[in-house]
Design a protein around this ligand. Sequence first.
Ligand code: GTP
Ligand code: MG
Length: 250
Amino acid sequence: MIQLTIIKITGYGPWTLTLGSDREHKLQMLQSSIYNEIQNLFSEKNCLVFSNRFDELFAVTNGLSLDDHIEIQKKLAKSFDLQLSMTIGYGNSPFEANLNADKARKSKIILEKEHNIFGYVDGKAEQLVQIMHMDVDGSTSISAKKSPYEISSLMFKLYSEMSEFFLTKNCLTFFMGGDNFMIVTSGNGKDHAVRFLNLMKEKHGIALNCGIGTANTAREAAKLATKSLDTIRELRDSGKNQQQVLELTC
Ligand SMILES: Nc1nc2c(ncn2[C@@H]2O[C@H](COP(=O)(O)OP(=O)(O)OP(=O)(O)O)[C@@H](O)[C@H]2O)c(=O)[nH]1
Ligand SMILES: [Mg+2]
């Protein structure tokens, strides 16, 4: 079971217009400071936040209660003039959790009115969450042959294909910067990862490595995924073992 919290700025569109046309730099600074504070507050509670579209963030909040969400909302209200809403959903897959949160938001299922919290809380601490950390093998050598913008374009192409591929498996993919991607999966990520890596090799000649972590909290799962990825690199660099996918469970 995966629990997701979708955080959105309330009335953001109309508010942006109040800033006039010379606003883009202000909006970018605001969005990054909101992201910074939200990642800070959720990661303190062992969750992990993904920037879905800069003005909407997805937190993987397995084990987090409604009270935990209220505590975070109170702190956010002190830091920002703009209001933020939270919609919580859970499901057997990350995609289903996102659907359930979205349905709750559209039908205004209120969990806590004063702090703008909607949806349904699972909050059970024993549930497992799986995160995969994917990274291009040797992107530095690709960068040597291409300009920075061409590399970004290649990363966005990979992101797009990854997002489409894993959506058919009910998993959610996020671009983390550089040549890094994280995928929140339903606990059966390894087989899908192997297939995706083979597909990218065949189609684009790009090699990817994938570390997988499974744990009770998103932060721990991501830690184990990154640890697995680092181990793949160590094994590769020591010439011992060529492995593209490695899995660690808490
Ligand atoms: N978000 C994120 N970015 C990272 C991480 N590790 C490295 N990066 C960034 O990713 C970029 C590429 O770094 P690497 O993947 O280490 O470079 P590489 O040449 O592909 O090396 P290998 O992945 O070991 O084959 C750099 O710009 C790093 O700053 C990470 O754990 N998370
Ligand atoms: Mg890399």
